[in-house]
Each structure stands twice: as structure tokens, then as C-alpha cells.
Design a protein around this ligand. Structure first.
Ligand SMILES: Cc1cc2nc3c(=O)[nH]c(=O)nc-3n(C[C@H](O)[C@H](O)[C@H](O)COP(=O)(O)OP(=O)(O)OC[C@H]3O[C@@H](n4cnc5c(N)ncnc54)[C@H](O)[C@@H]3O)c2cc1C
Length: 480
């Protein structure tokens, strides 16, 4: 296994449970990949993912190996899910509690909008119920798999390919609610204006099921998987950078080579193909692929209190569409008023920051390295964040004890993410479901992929499903 991200560790655990000997080679000095831990000053941070959603794949991994998630992680529902701050000064709290959500919508936008929420949630629930088993949790052998009358019928009946931003207009009129129920595609690094309606399942995950948090931090997710894998004999080698995959042999920087029955690479797919498998692919033209946006992070040890902020908070600027166009459409730029997300995990987990401090995490979606950001761009984003946090929560810049930033360049070098696209390959229509790069290498039989840029896609639950799918491939190939 190349890479000890969640996808790599989950696959290693699954295969070890089947009795296989698995060695995981990780280039960095810690496991978890993007689900990293970060320490700044006296505060502990979730360095990448902060939202644990769609519990089913998490639970399934544990039950498939004869365990119970609850025995390994203490997970807590965040309710309210988040507080949203709009540019006009209004606010709303998202919650999976339907009665409270209806009440919130009525207060923000009036009775008429509130009365329509049930219909929206019901349709999204149905979309989720149909699309996950039929389109997401499955391997594809060819594009024709999607062309069966049954599949086409479901696509048409549930309007899966309609434009998300357009279709939401049928359910809500208030532009703030339209943002509220579509911005979730940003979790995939995708604009809701470019996304098909089927990605409304992300909205359902939040409003139908809720957002969870594992006590001790998001890293508890991969750590508990790794602990179980170790018990089943998986060997994880850190600081073991793989430089090439040739057939079923991998070569490390040290010159050491290892040969196995199958090689699975959890390094992001474009990098695995273009760099690790360079030799096998040298006669092939480089496929034209589209990438997600990136993420600019601020991790702040703040001395003081910000009681207006919940565990999760979302800030919208005044021009949502303009903001997204700047990130996804040429000419790329850093928006003047970027939407951003702010997390203070101390709210659910007091041990993550000392008394009198707040662990303020900020994620600003930003262009990937197709637009190399300048220092001035970074300063502009930081100043905008300080201003909005000040307006919303009396944030005072002079109370910053220590701050670290992290951006597209670092995502690229630390995790081998092409173009520093923090969410990997884009999820536009032509890179979704059966059009997403397959989890088997065509050039190197015996080489497989697991993780965010292969099927089904980005996000911790999707990466866990990716591990299920690669296990299925190996079983069918008689290798597991
Ligand atoms: C800022 C941010 C916020 C996010 N928020 C959320 C969220 O709230 N909820 C959610 O569900 N998802 C979220 N995601 C998405 C989620 O983090 C990813 O989908 C998931 O972590 C990807 O896991 P992975 O196993 O595919 O890849 P990775 O985590 O990237 O793991 C791949 C591993 O391979 C290693 N590797 C690469 N090249 C080599 C090599 N040559 N040799 C050896 N090892 C190598 C890397 O070091 C890394 O450890 C977020 C992502 C980002 C960036």
C-alpha cells in the first residue's frame, strides 16, 4: 500500500482482516494524510477535515471487521450543526432537528419559505436513498453500466443531472436560503453553479443526518482504524517515500524494492498515474483532467473568548456567485469577499485549547495553483477574515498568540496533490460516477487505487466507500 491516508489505512485493515499481509508505505512522518493533526501554540487543531458526516461507511468499516465503532471512538452530534453569518448581518443556525429548522427558516425568511422546507428535505432524502446504493457504492466496468434503462430511469425521475443552483430555486426564494442549501458542494471543491442536482445528497447529509465529531479530534478516525489494523498485523512504515511503481514492485527513495501480489496506491490518483507509474505510461498522452479548488488555512491560538462562534460557523460574502466564479472560472483570482468556514473544536472538546484560549481554525476556499497566489492575496484574505470575525464575534487581532497558515503550495508538496488541489480531481459531471477515473490501473495489471480522486470521490465517507470498492475489485480478481 502506498500512502497511509484514511483510504489506505481502511483498505489495509480490510485486507488484513481477510488474512493478508499488508505493508503500508507513507512518505510523511505521520499517518492520516489530509486528516492531519496540527498544533499551534497551546492549541490543537483538526488540520483538514472537521465535519464527520454520513456515519454509515464509518460504522460499516468497523462491523465488516467484527468490531463496533462505538468501542473505538466517542462520537458526538453537533447540534446546532453550524451558525451561518450572512453579509447583511443576518444569521441562521442549521440543525438536523426539523422542527427547529423550520422555526429558524421562518425567523429568517418568513412562513412561506418555512412551509416548503419539508418538501425540500423529503426530496433530498429520496435522492440520497436512491443515489448512494445505485450510483455511489458500486464499481463500474464501463460507461454502459450507466446506460441501463433502470439507471437512466432513476436519473430522469430524480432530476439527478439538473443544475443544483438552478433546481434549488424551485424550493426556496430567499437568496440566503439558496446559498444555505447548496454551498455544501464546496466540500468537494465544486461550485454549486457547476454541480448536478445529485450533489444535493451532501445537503441531505447535514440536514437529514447531522454533523458528528469524534472526541479527541478528527484524527481519532484514522487512528482507530490504524490501531485495529496494527492488531491484525499491518505494518506501517513512516518516512518511506515511494518513488516508482513498476508492475507489482514498488521502489522507495532509499533504493529498496518491495514486490507484492497487488499494489494499491492511496497517493492521489493523478500523481500515482503521472509520477509513480510514469514508466508504464510513457507512451500515453497525459489525460486532460479538471481539478478542484484549493483551501487556504489559518490556525490561530487566540487568547480570549469568542462566545458568538459555535463549533462550526460559515461566513458568506455579498456576492456568492462572483466568489465562486473567481475560484472556478478563468481568469482565476482571489475573491474580494470570500465565503469561509471557521471552526472552534474546543466548543465540543474543551481539552483542545487551554482555559481562556480559543483554537480558531479558518478554511477559505481559494484557487488551486493554476493561479499562484501572491503574499498580497494571502494578506487580503487574512484581513477579510479578521474583519468578518470582528463584526460577528468581536475578534481582536491583538489577541492572536500565534497563527500558522497553510495553502495550495503546501498541499501540493506535503501530500502530492497535483496543482495543490486540496480536494483532488474535480467532481464535475464528466469526472463523476462511471466517468471518474477507475480504481484499477490499465497500464499496470495488479495496481489499484483508493482515495479521493478515484471512485466514488472526495470526503472521508467516500474514501471509506472507495476502500470497500477496491476490496471488492481484489476479491473478484481472486487476489483477496
Ligand atoms: C481542507 C480540507 C477540508 C476537508 N474537510 C472535510 C470534512 O470536513 N469532511 C470530510 O469528510 N472530508 C473533508 N475533506 C476531504 C478529506 O480530507 C479527503 O477526502 C480525505 O482525507 C482523503 O483521503 P485519502 O486517503 O484519499 O488521501 P490522503 O489523505 O491525501 O492520503 C494519501 C496519503 O498518501 C501519502 N503519499 C502520497 N504520495 C506518496 C508517496 N510517493 N509515497 C508514500 N506515501 C505517499 C500522503 O502523504 C498521504 O498520507 C477535506 C479536505 C481538505 C483538504
Amino acid at each position: 500500500m502506498v500512502g497511509a491516508g484514511l483510504g489506505g489505512l481502511a483498505t489495509a485493515l480490510r485486507l488484513a482482516h481477510r488474512g493478508h499481509r499488508v505493508t503500508v508505505l507513507e512518505k510523511n512522518d505521520s499517518t492520516g494524510g489530509r486528516n492531519r493533526r496540527v498544533q499551534v501554540g497551546d492549541c490543537a487543531f483538526d488540520g483538514g477535515p472537521t465535519l464527520m458526516m454520513m456515519l454509515d461507511p464509518f460504522k460499516k468499516l468497523f462491523t465488516d471487521v467484527g468490531e463496533r465503532l462505538e468501542d473505538h471512538m466517542n462520537i458526538k452530534l453537533c447540534d446546532p450543526s453550524y451558525r451561518v453569518f450572512f453579509a447583511d448581518g443576518s444569521q441562521i443556525e442549521g440543525t438536523p432537528n426539523v422542527a427547529r429548522m423550520v422555526d429558524q427558516i421562518e425567523r429568517l425568511s418568513g412562513r412561506h419559505e418555512a412551509e416548503r422546507y419539508g418538501k425540500l428535505l423529503g426530496d433530498l432524502a429520496e435522492l440520497y436513498r436512491i443515489s448512494i446504493p445505485n450510483f455511489v457504492r458500486r464499481n463500474y466496468n464501463s460507461m454502459l453500466d450507466l446506460a441501463s434503462p433502470k439507471a437512466l430511469g432513476m436519473v430522469l425521475q430524480h432530476h439527478m443531472l439538473d443544475n443544483l443552483a438552478k433546481r434549488i430555486e424551485r424550493y426556496v426564494e430567499d437568496p440566503r436560503l439558496r446559498m444555505l442549501f447548496t454551498f455544501q458542494t464546496m466540500y468537494l471543491g465544486l461550485s454549486p453553479y457547476d454541480a448536478p442536482w445529485v450533489y444535493g445528497v451532501l445537503t441531505y447529509m447535514e440536514y437529514g443526518e447531522g454533523i458528528w465529531y469524534p472526541m479527541g479530534g478528527m484524527a481519532r478516525i484514522h487512528e482507530s482504524v490504524e490501531e485495529l489494523a496494527a492488531k491484525k498485523g499491518v505494518e506501517v512504515r513512516l518516512n518511506a517515500n515511494v518513488k516508482a511503481v513498476r508492475g507489482k514492485t514498488v521502489e522507495l527513495d532509499s533504493g529498496e524494492t518491495l514486490t507484492a501480489d497487488a499494489v494499491i496506491t492511496n497517493a492521489d490518483l493523478p500523481y500515482s498515474e503521472e509520477t509513480l507509474e510514469k514508466e508504464a505510461r510513457k507512451s500515453k498522452p497525459k489525460p486532460k483532467r479538471r481539478y478542484s479548488c484549493s483551501a487556504y488555512m489559518m490556525y490561530i491560538d487566540y487568547k480570549g473568548e469568542l462566545p458568538e462562534l459555535l463549533h462550526h460557523n460559515v461566513f458568506f460574502g455579498s456576492d456568492f456567485k462572483g466568489n465562486l466564479d473567481a475560484l472556478f472560472h478563468e481568469p482565476l483570482s482571489v475573491p474580494d469577499e470570500p465565503a469561509f468556514y471557521c471552526c472552534i473544536s474546543k466548543r465540543s472538546d474543551p481539552e483542545r485549547a487551554p482555559e481562556g484560549h480559543e483554537n480558531v481554525f479558518v478554511l477559505i476556499p481559494c484557487p488551486n495553483n493554476d493561479y499562484p497566489m501572491s503574499e498580497a492575496d494571502e494578506r487580503k484574505m487574512q484581513e477579510y477574515v479578521y474583519k468578518r470575525l470582528h463584526q460577528a464575534a468581536c475578534f481582536d487581532k491583538s489577541k492572536i498568540v500565534e497563527q500558522k497558515t497553510y495553502g495550495p503550495r503546501e498541499w501540493a508538496t506535503d501530500y502530492n496533490l497535483d496543482k495543490g488541489a486540496a480536494f483532488g480531481l474535480s467532481h464535475d459531471f464528466m469526472q463523476s460516477v462511471c466517468f471518474r477515473p477507475d480504481n484499477r490501473s490499465k497500464e499496470n495489471p495488479g495496481v489499484y487505487y483508493v482515495g479521493a480522486s478515484t471512485v466514488p470521490g472526495n470526503g472521508l465517507p467516500m474514501v471509506l466507500i472507495s476502500a470497500e470498492l477496491v476490496e471488492d475489485r481484489l476479491v473478484k480478481a481472486g487476489l483477496a
